[in-house]
Design a protein around this ligand. Structure first.
Ligand code: FES
Length: 177
């Protein structure tokens, strides 16, 4: 059994609007294949709530007629699903072997030092979450990282990492001036 030790407070059940979005995804598949909508349903919840709790996994499992562990396997396999709240900028640094051989660990250590947090943590201001990632398919560009699951950054020297972090920080204050 999976136990929720980090976010055990009970959430309200999924809203009718969310269930309607689920139904739209399920409708894309034949009835026997409705479980194929699991990734889309997880993405819908994450878009709404910022992460996917174990409660939401169980609700999605019930909706799709799946075992909760099967949904949990999907959530934990893909880095893009957050199992807990993350910062405004999620930084995923690839530390698989090819990247390790070309300064992947150096990049991660540099970010830990610059942000003052360890891998897996979020800065106290909620701005950055730092994570390791599996191969991003760009080994020749190491060190490589993804920002917010979408923006790939290549050849991340310490200098480029500094520029990236400072630029992201500055971007959050630009509209406020
Ligand atoms: S091992 Fe890092 S991108 Fe492939």
């Amino acid at each position: 059994m999976i136990s929720d030790t980090t976010h055990s407070s009970k959430q309200a059940p999924l809203s009718a609007a969310t269930l309607e979005l689920f139904a739209r995804e399920v409708a894309k598949y034949p009835p026997a294949g409705k479980q194929s909508a699991v990734m889309a349903c997880l993405a819908i919840v994450q878009k709404d709530e910022g992460f996917v709790s174990l409660q939401r996994e169980r609700e999605i499992a019930a909706y799709l007629g799946m075992a909760p562990i099967a949904v949990h396997e999907v959530t934990t396999f893909y880095n893009m699903y957050n199992q807990q709240p993350v910062g405004r900028f999620k930084l995923n640094v690839c530390t698989n072997l090819p990247c390790q051989l070309r300064d992947g660990a150096v990049a991660l250590a540099h970010l830990e030092k610059k942000l003052g947090i360890h891998m897996g943590e979020t800065t106290p201001d909620g701005m950055f979450t730092l994570q390791q990632s599996e191969c991003l398919g760009a080994c020749a560009d190491s060190p490589v990282m993804l920002v917010n699951d979408r923006t790939m950054c290549s050849f991340m020297s310490n200098e480029k990492l500094d520029q990236l972090v400072d630029g992201l920080r500055a971007s959050t204050t630009e509209g406020a001036q």
